[in-house]
Design a protein around this ligand. Structure first.
Ligand SMILES: NC(=O)c1ccc[n+]([C@@H]2O[C@H](COP(=O)([O-])OP(=O)(O)OC[C@H]3O[C@@H](n4cnc5c(N)ncnc54)[C@H](OP(=O)(O)O)[C@@H]3O)[C@@H](O)[C@H]2O)c1
Length: 366
């Protein structure tokens, strides 16, 4: 395996989780960021890491063009802002992976498919827990079958939270996730209907699920990157993406539409971003032993298939996916174009990141 793997935002939570997963896969990461001291602290915890200091995303793009890493892993949100300059730089020198989890950013990177194919580069977006855990189940269940008519994906992350500030990147991703997405209001929810993105309430279509280990969880509609990935992986005209993190209570469903309507104002939005970034997150143990991705597919003849992917702590899985994607890209297993992770590498990717399918596939799924 040749070439360097750069992690933009190398001192952040996700950056460090990814760096820790690159090392056992035989790669020494290059941590890229704005603050030399924070980067040095982070690099001291990772075998063989070196650092590149670049004061802004534009400066990171310049360094990518100058030094030519083989793979760039972008963890700096909001990805609607950072993916365009970084993918432009990568198309000239190497492959690109990001942690985007909102519909706008995932769709934006997938829209570069032709440019990436022409340049002979791979762009992989949505390489975190939500997209990968749900899409992998859909890809496995669809193998060798015609397109289903209806798909629902559910993600149930179990995350340990360390105490600290929520931070700018995550705050901006939370506030800026849906603007520019077709098919509904700027801050309204989405689902696919008749093959097109259409309005749907955030927190709608609640479902009480029994996890394979017997625990009960409620999930409700939350239009994140997995909505787009599940539609593309299945070809189904009717798709909904739900999460245990969605506000499913009847009260929240009444309060949410006026609250999200306020975000249409850029002043309210920038205020919300600044306040959210300062929010102190309390330390919290993970709420359940496993995180889960689930898909339920229905075909025109009435056949229904349900499958689960069981993984451990969600943030750890989010560290493993970009690391495994980078390893496979460096080994020449990718192909030119823009993809979500399991669309490019199949269901075996999640297994290589510690995931287990339930029920186990009856035949090899790749
Ligand atoms: N897909 C998924 O499942 C998934 C999971 C987790 C996170 N995410 C996304 O990944 C992103 C990072 O999350 P995180 O928890 O790792 O956040 P974090 O701990 O705050 O780390 C963000 C990193 O980005 C850097 N950064 C922030 N704004 C920057 C800017 N304008 N220019 C250059 N560098 C900048 C920060 O550097 P400084 O130290 O210099 O501030 C930090 O290193 C978020 O957008 C989040 O939504 C996705």
């Amino acid at each position: 395996m040749g070439g360097e793997v750069w992690i933009l935002g190398g001192s952040g939570r996700s950056g460090q989780a990814i760096a820790a997963q690159l090392v056992p896969r035989g790669m020494a990461p290059v941590l890229v960021g704005r603050h030399a001291e924070r980067l040095d602290d982070a690099a001291a915890r990772v075998d063989g890491a070196r650092t590149v200091v670049a004061p802004s995303v534009e400066a990171m793009a310049d360094e990518i063009r100058r030094q030519g890493p083989a793979v760039v892993v972008n963890t700096v949100g909001p990805f609607t802002v950072t993916a365009p300059p970084i993918t432009r730089a990568c198309l000239a020198v190497g492959d690109y992976v990001d942690l985007a989890n909102d519909v706008a950013a995932v769709t934006g990177v997938l829209g570069l498919h032709e440019a990436a194919s022409d340049a002979g580069r791979s762009l992989v977006t949505g390489a975190g827990f939500g997209v990968t855990a749900t899409e992998s189940v859909v890809v496995g269940l669809c193998a060798g079958r015609p397109a289903p008519v209806r798909v629902r994906v559910d993600m149930v992350p179990s995350m340990e939270m360390a105490a600290g500030r929520l931070g700018e990147a995550l705050a901006a991703s939370l506030v800026e996730g849906l603007p520019g997405v077709e098919g509904g209001r700027r801050y309204g929810g989405r689902r696919y209907r008749d093959g097109r993105l259409a309005p749907a309430p955030i927190g709608g279509e609640p479902a009480r699920l029994v996890l394979p280990d017997g625990e009960r969880v409620t999930t409700a509609s939350l239009p994140l990157g997995e909505l787009v990935a599940a539609q593309r992986a299945s070809g189904a005209p009717d798709v909904v993406a739900a999460s245990s993190e969605a506000p499913a209570s009847p009260l929240m469903r009444v309060l949410l539409p006026p609250a999200t309507a306020l975000l249409a104002s850029s002043r309210v939005r920038s205020f919300a971003r600044r306040r959210l970034a300062q929010v102190q997150v309390k330390a919290r143990p993970r709420p359940r032993p496993h995180s889960w991705g689930r898909a339920r597919l229905e075909w025109a003849d009435g056949t229904v298939q349900e499958g689960w992917l069981r993984v451990g702590e969600a943030q750890e899985f989010t560290g493993a996916v970009p690391a495994e994607v980078a390893r496979r890209l460096l080994s020449g297993e990718g192909r030119p174009g823009a993809y979500t992770p399991a669309a490019l590498f199949g269901p075996s990717l999640a297994e290589a990141c510690g995931g287990t399918y339930l029920p186990a596939p009856a035949h090899p799924v790749d």
